[in-house]
Design a protein around this ligand. Structure first.
Ligand code: SF4
Ligand code: SF4
Length: 346
């Protein structure tokens, strides 16, 4: 990794150099009922719309590489039979400008399943191959527990990562493209004083985390507490709305629907992101539902994140971004659920 510094005023030029491609970044999206600004990822055409001082976006960035709806293939009835066509096309090149460490680590985790797993996803691979990622440091919010999940800093999965210091950006450069990009602006190597200021900024940020999840021996505890009554208590609160999965940067479960046109000449198979908390997630042909109760569905979401994924990849699928807890109308948060399970006594 290389380190560079450049004046804050140069960021506008960096943005302009990248602007020949589609740029997605954090933008303002109104206010909540307490007057707090809401942010979300969107296409940014004007530098002044980019808000790198954002707290957290409502949704993750996943809709740009794991769309909520995606055509898997189309069918045409021709010469007495169905002809199948698959287009892995992928989206146009995409610049992510301002991803926080948690969201970069979320992408790294999705890569493990969707690129490196037993069944690589060609649609995802096409989208992923065309990305350029500019990360940006964050100010920990009261609901962020990424530090507990080991995702509070990103060491790979980006091209350029920016930390704002007084008057300058301290840049971590990971790719050749990022290195050459910086040749377009007034940029230089940092001096020892700037190294010191950068390390000081990291230490200050580290001290700002409030929320915490105790992950020690968590997989064993989840195995031991599979039948704990506390799961039913959370299940009674859960509305089975599926919001948590929709805002989560690492939830990738999906359903598949087949549609046939009324003239029976064309059809398509469509994939849509789904949530394991929705009532019919575990319903199968014949009408049987393997998880008819909300607590079993909620429990399995936690077991996938904090138990099954750890067994498969030796890391949790949760990056501690806190979005699910922030969006949940029932006020269900990961730190509270895990703490209650750890404290369970049957
Ligand atoms: S957002 Fe909350 S209420 Fe909705 S499914 Fe998730 S945990 Fe349940
Ligand atoms: S489970 Fe919640 S806290 Fe964890 S990555 Fe998903 S949205 Fe973020």
């Amino acid at each position: 990794m290389l380190f560079k510094v450049f004046p804050v005023c140069e960021l506008n030029r960096l943005f302009a150099v990248l602007q020949s491609e589609r740029i997605v970044g954090p933008v303002k999206k109104g206010e909540d009922q307490h007057g707090r600004i809401l942010y979300d990822f969107d296409v940014v055409r004007d530098f002044s719309d980019l808000h790198l001082d954002f707290t957290q976006t409502i949704h993750s960035a996943k809709k740009y590489f794991l769309p909520y709806r995606e055509n898997l293939c189309t069918f045409t009835f021709k010469d007495g039979d169905w002809q199948k066509e698959v287009d892995y096309g992928g989206s146009a090149p995409l610049i992510f400008f301002g991803l926080h460490s948690c969201d970069i680590n979320a992408l790294n985790k999705l890569d493990k399943v969707l690129l490196g797993g037993r069944y690589p996803n060609s649609f995802y691979a096409k989208n992923r191959a065309k990305m350029f990622i500019v990360g940006h440091s964050c100010t920990p919010q009261p609901f962020c527990f990424c530090k507990s999940m080991g995702t509070d800093s990103a060491i790979h999965g980006f091209d350029l990562f920016l930390t704002r210091l007084d008057g300058i950006y301290f840049a971590e450069v990971l790719s050749a493209r990022a290195f050459h990009l910086l040749e377009n602006i007034d940029c230089r190597d940092p001096d020892s004083e700037e190294h010191r200021r950068y390390l000081e900024a990291i230490a200050t940020r580290e001290s700002m985390f409030v929320a915490h999840v105790d992950t020690s021996d968590l997989t064993k505890i989840l195995d031991l507490e599979f039948q704990a009554p506390v799961w039913k208590e959370w299940g009674e609160r859960c509305l089975s709305c599926g919001t948590c999965a929709q805002v989560c940067p690492t939830c990738y479960c999906y359903g598949v629907e087949e549609h046939v046109d009324m003239n029976f000449a064309h059809g398509r198979k469509e994939k849509m992101l789904y949530s394991c908390n929705l009532l019919d997630f575990a319903s199968v042909a014949g009408g049987h539902n393997f998880r008819p109760e909300s607590h079993t569905r909620l429990k399995y979401r936690y077991y996938h994140k904090h138990r099954g994924f750890v067994e498969a990849f030796e890391e949790s699928l949760c990056v501690g971004c806190g979005r699910c807890g922030q969006s949940c109308l029932a006020g269900i948060t990961v730190p509270e659920v895990i703490a209650s399970v750890r404290a369970s006594k049957e």
